[in-house]
Ligand binder design. Structure first.
Ligand SMILES: *Cc1c(COP(=O)(O)O)cnc(C)c1O
Length: 415
């Protein structure tokens, strides 16, 4: 028998998460995680915490949906739960305009595929019942596009990402919801990147029956906790009638642990799987922080700081193609085109965590999750400018710093 090699303790250095997500976790959240006493998943305060999280989540989503809770895991765990209602042979139209909606489209194709269709191409099935509408990278899904395709296809389900983080584009939620309602499609939305950043109430979009988000972006609770989801009664009735091929991600069964049983709130949840008291405490604190900040104020703060970052990189000769407020997606100046990955790698090696796009075309993504101050944005801008200069740009750091200062003074004056 070989002797197992025991590695040295894992040390992960402090980095500045300045990408599309995850954002740096608030010390209050980490504190809540570490302070939680050793408590099992049925201990009274853990269960109470889950019920309180559920109630706070309804406020964050802006909904009266009883079926609002967290799915243990990452954003795609919540999406898997939401998309689980799609069964083999179901008709679906999915609008794709970047990396993440592309993966959602794959999930949908896997779920809607018949057994034969899945066997024909197990990892990338192409079921006849699914229509993928691809909108070019850098463009938004518009209400007109959704209207046109839903009018023609009349699918059972329609899917769109609210904010497509891969290309940094905001899609037309109003138009999507209206087209779904008009053509009798049940709308499903990936709100992974918008929840906790945009100021919206999901009850204002009656064409959408299912919503899924994540722990690591706007909600800022990376210590792997919960992906927020919310479902209307119509969605839940569909799952009750037809079922779904999952115990753990079954929207009806998963809700029970959060104190949602038979469509009603109950005082404490019932066992579904072993939830973590640490995760519940962290998630609870993250939701408290979001509600303390206030949805509208938080959305305004993101827009305010994104505008400053956008102006600074534009002055540096970059071209911004995104319109989300948590990040900018940009093309480097022509002289540096093609060196995006090199630049990003160099920054990342130094603990400055920016990102390239994950699908073509290659662009740079710089984000401001939990970096909502002039000082934080200044640090991000100057570190990026220095890195650009190292690969051959000649950005005048002082001029950029001064532009940023003026921008903040002007924005403040306009407030
Ligand atoms: C980040 C992201 C995801 C994936 O979330 P994970 O937490 O990595 O699973 C899905 N959709 C969108 C729009 C995203 O921005």
């Amino acid at each position: 028998m070989t002797v197992p090699h025991i590695f040295a303790p894992l040390e992960i250095p402090e980095t500045l998460a300045a990408g599309p997500g995850p954002g740096n976790t608030d010390p209050r959240v980490l504190g809540a995680f570490a302070r939680a006493g050793l408590a099992d998943h049925m201990q009274a305060d853990v269960l109470r915490g889950m019920v309180e999280c559920k109630e706070m989540l309804r406020a964050v989503w802006g909904t009266a949906n009883t079926y609002t809770f967290g799915v243990g895991g990452t954003g795609f765990s919540g999406l898997d739960c939401m998309l689980g209602a799609i069964l083999p042979g179901d008709t679906v139209v999915a609008f794709v305009n970047g990396t993440f909606s592309g993966i959602d489209g794959l999930t949908i194709r896997m779920k809607a595929a018949t057994r034969e269709e899945l066997r024909a191409n197990a990892l990338d099935p192409k079921p006849a019942s699914v229509t993928i509408v691809t909108v070019p990278h850098g463009q938004s899904v518009t209400g007109e596009i959704v209207e046109r395709v839903l009018a023609e296809k009349k699918p059972k389900w329609a899917f769109m990402a609210h904010w497509e983080t891969g290309s940094g584009r905001i899609n037309d939620l109003e138009g999507f919801s209206a087209a779904c309602a008009r053509h009798g499609a049940m709308g499903l939305v990936d709100a992974v990147s918008s929840l906790g950043i945009a100021d919206f109430s999901i009850d204002d979009y009656p064409g959408v029956v299912g919503w899924a988000s994540c722990p690591q972006k706007g909600v800022l609770c990376l210590p792997l906790t919960y992906a927020p989801v919310s479902f209307t009664d119509r969605y839940i009735a569909e799952v009750r009638e037809n079922g779904c091929h999952s115990y753990v991600h079954n929207p009806v069964l998963e809700a029970r642990h959060w104190g949602i049983v038979e469509g009603k709130d109950v005082a404490a949840g019932v066992y579904h799987r072993t939830h973590s008291g640490y995760a519940v405490a962290a998630f609870h604190e993250a939701l408290r922080i979001t509600l303390e900040h206030g949805r509208a104020t938080k959305a305004r703060d993101y827009a305010f700081h994104e505008a400053a970052l956008r102006e600074a990189v534009t002055v540096m000769g970059c071209e911004v193609t995104s319109n989300m407020t948590s990040l900018v997606v940009l093309n480097l100046p022509a002289a540096l085109a093609g060196r995006e990955k090199e630049l990003v790698q160099m920054c990342r090696a130094r603990g400055f965590g920016i990102w390239p796009t994950l699908s073509e075309p290659v662009q740079v993504r710089i984000g401001i999750l939990n970096q909502l101050s002039e000082a934080a944005v200044r640090t991000i801008v100057l570190r990026f400018a220095e890195a650009m200069n190292e690969i051959g740009a000649s950005v005048d750091l002082e001029a950029v710093g001064e532009r940023l200062r003026q921008h903040y003074r002007a924005l403040e004056a306009a407030e």
